[in-house]
Design a protein around this ligand. Structure first.
Ligand code: FAD
Length: 333
């Protein structure tokens, strides 16, 4: 991770290219999953554009029928299906503006990390400075799928894919992360909390690209944990994920609390009023059960092959309590 002294006005302009990713991206060669020979009645084969700057990428995206392509671990399924195959893909792997991991250090002592959209999960997981600044990032990105997936799947793809079962959106929601979008009408920033207006959709407008994700470095005394329930293979997405980001004062009293729950719901959710019950509580917190029960009572869980909705609700009760307990335990250590 490169570190930059920053003023609050330069967040939008200081992205610099990182060392080129060592793993293959769609820019390096053919798509990871080469499309099968289409049946006679299928649409035309997919065409690829390989922009080498953000401006070029946005121009390519303006061509009708174009879709952004990052690690292609989700797009591969569409590429293999003649009925869903995109007509034109814009490869993001060769765009340097999307490839940096940076830390901005503000004059008032705060810090913000900025992950370029094309940064792979493996790079997030392997970055020691990033792990020191925001440990939960390395934790969640090191647990996605398997090493083959993490080598090519990207920060932008895991957010833009809008699949409820995926883990990083829940953690980014708990960390109060923000997404930067660039498009024909300029740049805007959207909180991850507001990024999914409905199940399976994002606020990304046609022609826009998710370009980076910003996460404020949690203040000293912050402890975070991400607990998952897996019901199928270890490399499968979670049936439930609970992130707890708690801040403690030197005497072990909780002074900041934010939980997020995902993979069991159609998008990540937080109930701030329930989180607030933890404030002012020291070791031996008696509110953890009330918070966990509150989440279980309010949440609407999805029903799918990983788990039924009713089972998930009961697991919410268990895993929220466990995540809080784990954070308290670490906070007391
Ligand atoms: C075997 C396997 C196991 C997995 N296990 C897990 C798991 O345990 N936990 C988990 O969380 N996930 C898991 N996943 C899902 C994985 O996290 C996603 O497939 C991956 O993160 C998608 O990222 P990508 O870069 O490959 O996206 P792509 O497939 O390239 O793109 C996904 C979507 O996002 C769009 N897109 C990509 N980048 C941008 C951008 N910058 N701006 C706008 N739109 C963009 C694309 O157009 C496409 O619609 C697994 C996947 C596989 C194949």
């Amino acid at each position: 991770m490169s570190t930059t002294a920053a003023t609050p006005t330069d967040t939008a302009t200081t992205t610099t290219p990182a060392t080129p990713a060592t793993t293959a991206t769609p820019t390096d060669a053919a798509p990871p999953t080469a499309p099968k020979a289409p049946p006679a009645a299928s649409p035309a084969t997919t065409r690829w554009a390989h922009p080498t700057s953000l401006a070029e990428a946005l121009a390519e995206l303006a061509v009708p029928g174009s879709v952004p392509a990052a690690g292609c671990t989700q797009l591969a399924f569409a590429l293999a299906d003649p009925r869903r195959r995109p007509g034109r893909l814009v490869a993001l792997g060769g765009v340097p503006e999307l490839s940096a991991i940076q830390q901005m250090n503000w004059a008032d002592g705060r810090g913000t990390v900025v992950l370029g959209a094309a940064v792979t999960h493996a790079r997030v997981a392997a970055d020691a400075d990033l792990r020191a600044a925001v440990p939960l990032l390395g934790d969640v990105f090191s647990r996605v799928g398997n090493v083959r997936v993490r080598s090519v799947a990207t920060v932008g793809g895991v957010l833009a894919g809008a699949v409820y079962a995926w883990d990083p959106p829940t953690v980014l929601h708990a960390l109060d992360a923000r997404v930067r979008l660039d498009g024909p009408n300029g740049r805007r920033t959207v909180a991850v909390e507001d990024f999914y207006p409905a199940a399976g959709t994002t606020v990304i407008e046609p022609g826009e690209l998710l370009t980076s994700v910003e996460i404020d470095v949690p203040p000293p005394g912050t402890v975070s944990r991400y607990l998952t329930l897996k019901t199928r293979s270890a490399e499968d997405s979670s049936a439930l994920g609970v992130a707890a980001v708690l801040g403690f004062d030197p005497s072990g009293v909780c002074v900041r609390a934010r939980l997020a729950l995902g993979s069991a719901t159609d998008r990540p959710v937080t109930f701030a009023d329930l989180d607030a019950l933890l404030l002012g509580e020291g070791p031996g917190s008696t509110s953890a059960k009330a918070v966990a029960d509150g989440y279980a009572d309010r949440v609407t869980c999805v029903d799918d092959l990983r788990a039924g909705a009713a089972y998930r609700v009961e697991m919410v009760r268990v895993y929220v309590r466990r995540a809080i307990a784990a954070a308290y335990e670490a906070g007391a250590a």
